[in-house]
Design a protein around this ligand. Structure first.
Ligand code: NAD
Ligand code: MG
Length: 412
């Protein structure tokens, strides 16, 4: 069985056609980058329930060597890598006598991502995931992509690398997994629109004035999804949906104008694809990332997960409303960056990462996050940073420069 053929409708971007078309062998050897995070632990939960279906190759984490060692022991990994070199001794001591190799540092992370595996789950948060995920792509097998920053910041370079290396890219982000499924066998010219749903986050009904005073704890309390801190804040500002528009643009054969956002507070319908005959195909599931993760592992098959089954009669009502770009201007900023292309999405992403980190450290308020991103984009334009961005090293250069600009905006 082969993956869906979704040929590109944009001759300028031939690379986005083939990334999702290759047929898959069953995944057996698996690596998880960002194993200690929300997606990483959900992935390992599935692995643990699979009755020995998977053999774990490499697990990685940023700083939490103790948790990483526990996971590596529980899943009998071949190697565990902590990005922070200062944590090497903790990791090595915890793994002593287990036969599991311990390593640390950025190069070790890239090397682990390159180890032969049937599937690498790319679940590092932020632009820190770029280098290791590119390394995973270069090993030419399957990449289950959770790290949306690869597509947002480096979309063109990333999709070209996927094409060049013959890797098979399967989206893990729930909306994109849903789109992937509802686009099966679709001819590009028959697609009218792809609509990504958004929960609306914890502040969906808040006025602009109320948004001025929300706290870190309130922003982290997502109503429907359990996720890492960064993406939870992005969901509250709706920057997450903006990033996902850019992600979808690189993955699927549509123009920016064909990508829509619809607020759906119950998070049951994840994406809708509208076709030229008036049909709309939707994918539904209870909000649990183990469903899209399992699809990326089992494709072209499916595997059981403990995701709560959907009883629509119990839920009774599914509601939908238009997104409000006035109260949630992050959506507009992301659309502008997508239209601008080149370095603009990388600048948007870098500024947002810096601003979200500052908010999480209580250095700026909630509404300052998106204000910082807007100011950073303006300032990057004046500084001549909005250049083309075709290679990973160009993206990393722009990312670093935009971080400096955003940090300066926050301290002034
Ligand atoms: P998280 O914060 O829970 O976990 C992040 C992981 O990355 C951890 O293992 C951490 O140790 C590692 N990490 C962080 N910084 C690192 C660095 N500098 N170097 C190396 N490793 C580093 O994040 P998450 O919520 O699991 O999200 C992971 C990615 O998946 C993000 O890109 C996010 O946008 C995407 N995603 C997450 C969800 C979700 O439900 N959590 C849904 C869709 C997409
Ligand atoms: Mg999502």
């Amino acid at each position: 069985m082969s993956l869906p053929t979704v040929a590109t409708c944009d001759p300028e971007r031939p690379e986005n056609a083939s990334a999702i078309r290759r047929g898959g062998e069953p995944v057996r050897r698996i690596s998880v980058l960002g194993a200690t995070g929300s997606i990483g632990t959900s992935t390992l939960d599935i692995v643990g329930r699979s009755g020995g279906q998977f053999q774990v190759v490499a697990l990685t984490a940023n700083t939490n060597a103790e948790q990483l060692a526990e996971l590596a022991k529980r899943h009998r990994a071949e190697i565990a890598v902590v990005a922070d070199p200062d944590q090497y001794q903790v990791l090595a001591t915890a793994l002593a006598g287990t036969g599991i190799e311990a390593a640390a540092g950025a190069d070790a992370l890239d090397a682990a991502a390159s180890m032969p595996a049937d599937c690498v789950v790319a679940a590092i948060v932020g632009a820190a995931g770029l280098r290791p995920t590119f390394a995973a792509v270069r090993q030419g097998r399957r990449v289950a992509l959770a790290n949306k920053e690869c597509l947002v910041s480096a979309g063109q370079a990333f999709m070209s690398e996927v094409e060049r290396c013959g890797s098979e890219l399967l989206p893990v982000d729930s909306e994109h997994s849903a789109a992937f499924q509802t686009l099966l066998a679709a001819a590009p010219e028959t697609i009218d629109a792809i609509t990504l749903t958004a929960s609306g986050g914890p502040f969906r009904t808040y006025s602009k004035e109320q948004l001025e005073n929300v706290t870190r704890a309130e922003a982290l309390a997502h109503p429907t999804w359990s996720m890492g801190a960064k993406i939870s804040i992005d969901s509250a500002t709706m920057m997450n949906k903006g990033l996902e528009l850019i992600e979808a643009w690189h993955l699927f054969p549509v123009t920016p104008e064909q990508l829509k956002v619809l607020v759906h507070p119950q998070s049951i319908v994840h994406c809708l694809v509208s076709y030229c005959d008036g049909s709309v195909l939707a994918q539904m599931a209870s909000p649990d990332m183990r469903t899209p993760i399992s699809l990326a592992l089992a494709w072209p098959g499916r595997m059981p997960t403990p995701t709560k089954r959907l009883y629509l009669a119990e839920i009774a009502t599914l509601t939908f409303e238009a997104a409000d770009e006035d109260r949630f201007p992050a959506l507009r900023l992301a659309r502008e960056a997508m239209a601008r292309g080149g370095a603009a999405p990388a600048i948007l992403n870098a500024a947002n990462e810096v601003a979200v980190a500052a908010f999480l450290e209580n250095r700026i308020g909630f509404v300052d996050i998106v204000k910082t991103v807007a100011l950073c984009c303006e300032s990057a334009e004046k500084e001549g940073l909005m250049t083309k961005c075709d290679t990973l090293s160009e993206v990393l250069g722009v990312d670093a420069a935009a971080r400096c600009l955003a940090a300066a905006i926050i301290t002034h």
